[in-house]
Ligand binder design. Structure first.
Ligand code: NOJ
Length: 544
């Protein structure tokens, strides 16, 4: 297997607004990230992916960029950014920036020019169609609800947007747009940025006239050009494309081992991708263990030796894994560790989302006024418009909403969880007195220390990166087991998904001469799993 640093690495996602506030304005910032680098070093991660910190009107929390080469004042300035790069370098932590290339903000200079006139040189940077007011060019819908077309009366034209109207889609069919974006990326690479997460990369090659939003015919051609013009200039760069609509075939192209496109993609099949369109109300589907096994196993098997997986449960768009599937809260700690083992035992690059390493949970605000996410607010209005009650709408947002992941990081027991001394931009989760980093760092049995251990195991044992995956005990409805094996070593991972005891059969050789590398209980029985128990066994094959 080709040795790339990111194949044994673990990446930590920072949602900067909610990570750490350093100037007490209630919003997390770059200074706050710098102040917490020692914590991240202690955790042992190799790189941080920072959600967008570019200049932005913050309509969609920074995923609406008005200047790709500037820092939004709520986060600091370019000097702070340079300092962050320097401080990360000292600790061997790489920085991965979030690139939103599918759309910009409507406040971006390009769009401001584009809407001045049809012959403005920037007009064609976006996607415009003639029409009559009230008669949209076609039925395409935006991910956050409503038509994907927005009318500009001064021009007598509609422009295309797949998210909010304040996020007009860039026209990737225009060579000039692509070149501008590539130059910008090279500029960040020259500044010392060592990786990029590419927002909704599977949407860039849309063909609105054909009603094609995802996986447009020119998608891979564009991604190859992008990669050649930027990332491939520095072999150390890691790239992960967010591709919510991708299947195995396309993921194999994205993550091809020749490096012609990206390093890996986030696929969402196991999370049943959260972004749904207008007519579907967005539910987290009921949990089905056999289906989860099938999906994760398919990705493990199909990408083996040909592509590369990203591994994740949480991110800033998803409910928290310990709350996602109605897990029994009595076993929060056990299940947090179990989910971690299940994922970190697989092949791929694991991503940890801030607070996941503490077992942070979903939040349940009672009123829409406490929610901040534009997608949640739009959904609420849509549901009320369709006759649902306020309670029904709030119940859905509590279960499924993106703000579940966006409450302030829980650092300690002090006011606002140690996140800010000001008023936080979004309320903290009231459970911060029981769940916080300070306590967990002191407790050797905490979820935090469990994650530390898993991160180290990946570095110590080559089998975590190399081993071939094989699902075991496929029909078992209570536990998920798999084997990883290479010529010389093997791992056996077993995880219970029930809140009672369950029977399990672990291959004799692991019980006899295997080492138990990780387990979320102090003591365990060979043939029985305790609630949400997980174990990772290791064995050298020459011990046979
Ligand atoms: C995916 C991002 O993860 C999400 O937060 C954002 O709203 C959309 N892309 C639009 O950029």
């Amino acid at each position: 297997m080709e040795k790339k640093w990111w194949k044994t690495a673990v990446i930590y996602q920072i949602y900067p607004k909610s990570f750490q506030d350093s100037n007490n304005d209630g919003i997390g910032d770059i200074g706050g990230i710098i102040n917490r680098l020692d914590y991240l070093e202690e955790l042992g991660i190799d790189a941080i992916w920072i959600s967008p910190i570019y200049k932005s009107p913050q309509v969609d929390s920074g995923y609406d960029i008005s200047d790709y080469q500037d820092i939004d004042p709520i986060f600091g300035n370019m000097e702070d950014m340079d300092r962050l790069i320097e401080e990360c370098n000292k600790r061997n932590i790489r920085i991965i920036m979030d690139l939103v290339l599918n759309h910009s903000s409507d406040q971006h200079r390009w769009f401001q020019e584009a809407k001045k006139s049809k012959d403005n040189p920037y007009h064609d940077y976006y996607i415009w169609r003639d029409g009559k007011e009230g008669e949209v060019p076609n039925e395409m819908m935006a991910y956050f609800g409503g038509s994907a077309w927005e009318w500009v009366p001064e021009l007598g034209q509609y422009y295309f947007h797949q998210f909010t109207p304040e996020q007009p889609d860039l026209n990737w069919h225009n060579e000039k747009v692509r070149q501008e974006l590539y130059q910008m990326i090279c500029w960040w690479m020259d500044k010392g940025i060592q990786g990029f997460r590419l927002d909704v990369i599977d949407l860039i090659a849309k063909e609105p006239d054909l009603c094609i939003a995802e996986n447009g015919p020119k998608l891979h051609e564009y991604v190859r050009e992008l990669s050649r013009s930027t990332f491939q200039k520095k072999p150390e760069i890691v790239t992960v494309g967010e591709a919510g609509n991708t299947g195995v075939e396309s993921a194999l192209l994205f993550s091809a081992q020749d490096g012609s496109e990206l390093s890996m993609v986030f696929q969402f099949e196991h999370m049943d991708m959260a972004h749904k369109k207008e007519n579907q109300i967005n539910w987290v589907l009921p949990f089905d263990l056999l289906e989860l096994k099938e999906i994760l196993s398919k990705w493990q098997v199909e990408l083996y030796g040909k592509g590369w997986n990203s591994l994740f449960w949480d991110n800033h768009d998803q409910p928290r894994i310990v709350s996602r599937w109605d897990n029994d809260p009595t076993y929060r700690e056990e299940s947090a560790k179990m989910y971690a083992m299940l994922l970190h035992g697989m092949q791929g690059t694991p991503f940890i989302y801030q607070g996941e390493e503490l077992g942070m949970t979903n939040v349940a605000f009672d009123s829409i006024t406490d929610y901040r996410d534009i997608a949640a607010k739009n959904l609420y209005d849509r549901m009320l418009g369709r006759g649902y009650t306020k309670e029904e709408a709030i119940e859905l947002i509590q279960k499924d909403g993106r703000d579940n992941a966006r409450t302030p990081m829980q650092w300690d027991k002090s006011l606002h969880a140690g996140f800010t001394k000001g008023t936080p931009w979004i309320k903290e989760n009231p459970n911060y007195e029981e769940i916080n980093a300070e306590d967990e760092r002191k407790d050797p049995n905490s979820i935090f220390h469990f994650y530390r251990k898993l991160i180290q195991l990946r570095k110590e044992y080559a089998i975590f990166a190399d081993g071939k995956y094989c699902l075991q005990d496929k029909e078992n409805k209570e536990s998920f087991s798999y084997l990883r094996s290479s010529d010389t070593e093997e791992l056996y991972v077993v995880c219970s998904f029930v809140n009672g005891c369950s029977k399990v059969s672990i291959p004799e050789r692991f019980l006899k001469d295997g080492v138990l590398l990780a387990c979320n209980y102090e003591e365990s029985l060979p043939e029985q799993l305790q609630p949400y128990e997980g174990r990772i066994y290791y064995r050298k094959k020459n011990a046979e």
